[in-house]
Design a protein around this ligand. Sequence first.
Ligand SMILES: Cc1cc2nc3c(=O)[nH]c(=O)nc-3n(C[C@H](O)[C@H](O)[C@H](O)COP(=O)(O)OP(=O)(O)OC[C@H]3O[C@@H](n4cnc5c(N)ncnc54)[C@H](O)[C@@H]3O)c2cc1C
Length: 390
Amino acid sequence: MEIWLEKKDCTGCGVCMNICPKNAIEMIEDDCGFKYPHINKEKCINCGLCKKTCPIVEKAINERFNEPKVFAGWSKNKETRYTSTSGGIFTELAKQFIEKDGFVVGASYNKENLVEHKIVTNLEDLNDLKQSKYLQSDTKFVYKETKEYLNLGKPIAFCGSPCQIAGLYKYLKKDYDNLLTIEFICRGMNSPKAYKAWISEIEKKENKKIKKVWFKYKTNGWKASPKCTRIDFEDSSFKVYNGKDNLYMSGYLGPNLYIRRSCGDCHFNSLPRQADITLADFWGINKDLDDDKGTSLILINSKKGMDYFNNIKDNITCEERDINEIYKGNVCFNKSVKINKKSEEFLINLNDNNFSTMVVKYSKVPFKDKVYNTLRKVKNKCVRIYEKKK
Ligand SMILES: Cc1cc2nc3c(=O)[nH]c(=O)nc-3n(C[C@H](O)[C@H](O)[C@H](O)COP(=O)(O)OP(=O)(O)OC[C@H]3O[C@@H](n4cnc5c(N)ncnc54)[C@H](O)[C@@H]3O)c2cc1C
């Protein structure tokens, strides 16, 4: 049965599946590898709860600062900082929940190396949530489970993309004192189908099984990390894919080849933000706060967010910054990415073609676009020089 949304708007947050009182909704993968809700007509009682709870139809209203407080910072724990995507602030925030006998919810790899949300209850398992995984996470029934624990009074930190946080609040119908939400500035969610094609190609070539994918590996520094991925194999060896050899991140960061359609018009990337705290990389931060080991951008969006942030101040190095500093380095703070026009064709054609060959083929920039881009860069440079001289 058709869903109420156009496909281009559905983020796949999965809240409708969680809220359905008759279990009539299932999230099913389409030809491009993204999950969408499907309604079983036999089970559906037309209660309308799925539509009412959809964060695209209507957002939940929470008290959020219109002008968030902005900090640049990192964890003082060197290991945490090195093994985290940015400055390790997520782990520092999350640790206080485990220490208070609470739970942390976030995205983790499963046995097939795909990503799904799970609830962790101890410091060892918290490591599974650490690090960005650049593909869409399957939220399964995590909103339902989170609500059950919140109602039991458990302190919970829930981390996800802005659309997942928006979904969580619609599901909960209210804010809870024992809940802290953490989101990140999101460039867009990649198709698990593209990621699966990439890792299975590596497994075939290397003739061994992958144990873990470590995106944004900082061996060459934080600024070089977006295109540096470490793959750990089950035989304890590892391989680093860097720069042009890192075809998965090349297809994501440049041509936006496998990003979900709804991310091209994100409904959740404006102020006020969705979560109590927003994390990101502080790209473009001045040299004093950039030792190339990872500097987090921390946006405090609510009083509760400020309280939890104050609790970790002894464990981090941080400095308050101006909100205008975000825009120059982090375009996705308030803008959606432009999805590649051939994205759907690429993902469908993956069925019969090799991932690497396809990424190289679809990433080629036509000559006229190359000329246009160069002219645009020269023009922007001239404008900057002119404005500096003025
Ligand atoms: C798909 C994606 C796109 C991003 N785009 C940008 C960007 O454009 N600009 C920018 O500055 N930062 C971006 N980030 C955020 C950045 O990579 C870091 O996650 C953030 O700065 C927090 O870093 P950290 O060192 O504090 O914690 P980390 O240890 O990196 O914590 C990561 C947290 O994010 C959660 N998470 C990881 N992967 C996923 C996933 N696939 N779905 C949902 N939750 C997930 C984990 O559960 C964990 O809670 C993106 C992250 C993701 C996952």
